[in-house]
Structure formats: C-alpha cells, structure tokens
Design a protein around this ligand. Structure first.
Ligand SMILES: [Zn+2]
Length: 179
C-alpha cells in the first residue's frame, strides 16, 4: 500500500489509538491501530493528498514518533510539489492541498490536518478560529522552502488552546496519551 511509504505508518507509534484518525470509527485490526487509520481511510488519506487542488502533494517524509515533528519541504523543480509527513485526514477545507509560508487557504488546510493528526477533532480545531491561530503561528511562518514544526510546540499549543466543552480540561495530546 502506498501509505506504507509515508508518514502515516512505519515508525508511527499509534498502537494504542483505537479510533480512525480520519473517520473516528473504532479500529480492531492490529495494523490499522498501529497506523491510526482504517484501511479505507489510509488509502483515502494518501489519495486525497495527491488529488485535491493542484494535486501534487506527496506523503513521503518519514514520521518520527519520538519527536512528533511535522516536516515539510518544497520541490526545487515545482513550487506546487510539497512533501510532508502528515496525511490528509480531511480535505474539506475548500478542497485545498497543503501549503505553508503564508497565511492562505492551503496553509489553513495544512494546519487543520496537523491538528487532526494530533488527535484534535475537526470541530475543536475550527472552533473560535483556532486553526487560523495555529496556522499564523506555525505554518505561515515556515520558510518558503520548507521546515520543521517541532512536536513539542504543537503539543504545547494544543494543551493551551483546545478545551473540551463541559470538562474545562485540555485533553492530553496524542503523544502523551501514548506515553
Ligand atoms: Zn476511517
């Protein structure tokens, strides 16, 4: 499967994630739980990344579970060819492919999917303009050629900004839930 080459699996340590990170359904299959994506959603997560909007994003940057760093870089030959280590869990953001280095729709799509990859629900990510806050802070500020958003910064941002209604408590970021 194509997804095996990308950031959605391999060294990803999502073993204890019992729900699909794309559709929320509970997962029973061991491999699906390791990946954090059901088989259908894993395929869709890669296909969407390559087909929405300009259709040139590639999920081929290794994911390092130890750091949780989000890594992206731009092809020297094609400025629309972006390589990432986060799959497309939701393509509903105006059907936009991932972008970075400015504050537009593509960066918002990237920001939304980073947060969702970290276990934040789409609803929580979109509420109160949070996804834009995250975008302007960490995605828009990346160099045009690409860079790294440290996992520690992402975890800290989520802990500070995402509060579950009714509980008043910030959920533990995925990496810490797995620890
Ligand atoms: Zn799914």
């Amino acid at each position: 499967m194509v997804v095996e080459q990308g950031g959605a699996t391999g060294t990803v340590a999502w073993e204890e994630i019992g729900e699909c990170r794309r559709c929320g359904r509970s997962l029973s299959d061991k491999e699906s739980r390791r990946r954090g994506l059901g088989p259908v959603c894993a395929t869709k997560a890669v296909a969407d990344l390559a087909s929405v909007s300009n259709g040139k994003d590639v999920l081929d940057v290794p994911w390092e579970a130890a750091t949780g760093d989000v890594v992206c870089w731009r092809s020297e030959h094609d400025p629309y060819e972006i390589h990432v280590n986060v799959p497309m869990l939701d393509s509903a953001w105006k059907n936009s492919s991932f972008e970075f280095g400015y504050g537009g729709t593509g960066p918002a799509a990237f920001a939304l999917n980073i947060l969702m990859w970290y276990g934040v629900s789409k609803r929580d990510a979109l509420a109160n303009g949070r996804v834009h806050d995250f975008k302007f802070r960490y995605v828009a500020t990346l160099p045009r050629e690409g860079g790294v958003i440290p996992g520690a910064a992402i975890r800290a941002w989520i802990a500070e900004h995402i509060v579950r209604p009714g509980t008043g408590a910030a959920p533990a970021p995925v990496q810490e839930r797995l620890a």
